[in-house]
Ligand binder design. Structure first.
Ligand SMILES: *Cc1c(COP(=O)(O)O)cnc(C)c1O
Length: 362
């Protein structure tokens, strides 16, 4: 045993569990467990990434000027208020480092992104979980959980793993009801997939508020999960604070140029969005027709509930794994009766439905 003493709150941390990518014994593995892009990466991003290999001996641009400008232009934002990170995960962790100390409280919603409690506890703060309602964040429950120790509220909007969202009016109502000493983090990792008219990713609120941080990622729609690229948008003061504590060269050059290219690849973006909308609807209909309960989704994944005691999620998971299909199975978080399915290619989606049919008829 090492005599080096770990902080008690670090000792207590759980390691983040990601969607698995391997199947023991199966011929092939179709990974529909991590909400990755069904169409792969943007081709323009791949080309930019390859070209960046010639300059591997150079340090990256520490202020990622071109990337910030490209994001600012695309979303009509003030580039100076954008912070980029090693995935949006880094932005979430930077916010915890900047605004939480041991004993402070941060609120997150049950059945949401499991990184939040890890990020909160990693700085010694207390993670306060509040109940959701019908797998959706509930503004009144969040407000009721606020104490004078609350410093951050995390909302994934849309939410992972449930696929639900809160309309702009509900987010606005939450913001109106919290003191401006609390940072409201709107994690919009799946914003690009949402087609609901009453949804707003957080650009409007983060633009006007001095206590709102919106986070976004290149890992999902743009298919650049391997590059670890995300960004946040907040008022100048918060953006500057996060900038001060990040590593000076946190975003590699390859990720910077690929990100810029991905934002300009409108053809890929359009294809990815319409592929997702079409197949999300198809899968939702097929799953319902099989008698499975689905949580209506606005994202690139669907949470499926196995309510029949003789056909459990655990058994379905095992059957699918044997046939080379990996979904996200939750043996924790109170979602033991669910599997989360990421929208795949046409062939994968068809085969998956065929397998589930076989499993249910067995
Ligand atoms: C995938 C995901 C992220 C993004 O992660 P990156 O670190 O940018 O890859 C953030 N929040 C939620 C809710 C996610 O599902």
């Amino acid at each position: 045993m090492s005599g080096v003493k770990t902080h008690s709150w670090i000792d207590d941390l759980n390691v983040y569990v990601s969607g698995s990518s391997k199947v023991v014994g199966a011929q092939k593995a179709v990974k529909l467990s991590a909400n990755e892009s069904a169409l792969g990466p943007s081709p323009m991003a791949i080309a930019a990434y390859k070209a960046a290999a010639e300059n591997l001996h150079r340090y990256p641009d520490p202020v990622y000027h071109d990337l910030r400008e490209a994001i600012g232009e695309k979303f009509n934002l003030d580039a100076k208020r954008i912070v980029c990170g090693v995935g949006s995960d880094e932005i979430l962790k930077l916010a915890c480092r900047a605004y939480l100390k041991p004993g402070d409280e941060a609120i997150y919603v049950a059945h949401s992104f499991s990184m939040y409690p890890i990020a909160i506890k990693s700085v010694g703060a207390v993670a306060i979980e509040v109940c959701d309602v019908d797998y959706r964040a509930d503004v009144d429950n969040i407000i009721a959980a606020i104490t004078d120790k609350t410093r951050i509220i995390f909302i994934a909007n849309p939410n992972n793993p449930t696929g639900t969202y809160l309309p702009a009016t509900e987010i606005e109502r939450l913001w109106q009801n919290i003191p401006d000493t609390i940072l409201l983090i709107l994690d919009a990792a799946y914003a690009e997939f949402v087609d609901a008219d009453d949804y707003e990713a957080g650009i409007e609120l983060a633009s006007k508020a001095n206590n709102v941080l919106m986070t976004r990622t290149f890992s999902k729609l743009y298919g650049l999960a391997a590059l670890r690229l995300g960004w946040g948008y907040a008022c100048k003061k918060i953006a500057h604070t996060l900038d001060k504590i990040r590593d000076p060269f946190n975003v590699p050059s390859s990720a910077q140029v690929a990100g810029v290219a991905a934002l300009k690849d409108l053809d890929f973006e359009q294809k990815a969005i319409s592929h997702n909308s079409q197949w999300r609807e198809w899968l939702s209909n097929e799953l319902s027709a099989l008698g499975l309960r689905i949580i209506p989704s606005v994202t690139n994944f669907i949470l499926i509930k196995f309510e029949n005691k003789n056909k459990t999620a655990a058994d379905a998971n095992e059957f699918l794994l044997k046939n080379g299909y990996i979904l996200r199975y939750y043996n924790e978080q109170g979602l033991e009766d669910c599997l989360r399915l990421t929208v795949g290619t046409a062939d994968e989606n068809n085969e998956l439905i065929g397998l589930l049919k076989e499993f249910l008829e067995k």
